[in-house]
Design a protein around this ligand. Sequence first.
Ligand code: GUN
Length: 292
Amino acid sequence: MSARIIDGKAVAKSVREDVAAGVAALEKDHGFTPGLAVVLVGEDPASQVYVRNKGIATREAGMRSIEHKLPADTSQDEVIALVRRLNGDDEVDGILVQLPLPGHIDANVVINEIDPDKDVDGLTEVNAGRLVLGKDALVPCTPQGSILLIKTVMEDMSGANAVVLGRSILVGKPLASLLLAENCTVTTAHSRTKDLEEVCRGADILCAAVGRPEMVKGDWIKPGAVVIDVGINRVDAPEKGEGKSRLVGDVDYDAASAVAGAITPVPGGVGPMTIACLLKNTLTAAKRRRGL
Ligand code: GUN
């Protein structure tokens, strides 16, 4: 058996086109263009790439991109002052503070300064609380994108056993809440989970978000399961030449795709959905702020 490949790039493209159409309609009918502010502190190379790509995608969707790049030694108070300024700026509909922040800054404190109505990352306590309570929330982008991908292969998740590997605030916890909202029976597994392999074998939907290259093996997967690989890990690839690397997920893709019913590749699976959902959240925030 060979798994159906879930094409995250294609789904993300369609989400981005929908957002662009929504932006164009806002301009036509209401005369305004949503704006997304992204704050980057320091020179983390991966974060620089993410922020650049977010800016490009924002403009491609027809929205305004406002980028604030601050030096690594910016104080926590200065970052908070910027967030407060953006909260009060009517031209800004969404605010994203790129993580990780430098070690001297408490990310929790900074994130919770963001106006929850502009919190397009869905990471403030208000939005996290709303999500858990099943209320209208701005939902974190990667878990939201993961759910959209599952829906392309599984119309009704009701009653399915879903296992989420990982309990991060960015992915694992919100993803578990979203799966519960889809009426799945949800297990959150993590580094202390006993009989992890056996837990995974019970999953109709297995979502891996642990950041460990190819940790999930083929024989951990229930035949026919939907496998969502959130991991993006760079590993050495000496076979490609000296000093070369390649990207792998948290799942051993070749082995898993021989067993699973459907699987997301890395790259080209969950990754592209994150930015697409960020744009979607920015459009949602812009409309809600204006009562539309
Ligand atoms: N760093 C890696 N992923 C993310 C994300 O989704 N949001 C933010 N703010 N920072 C990140």
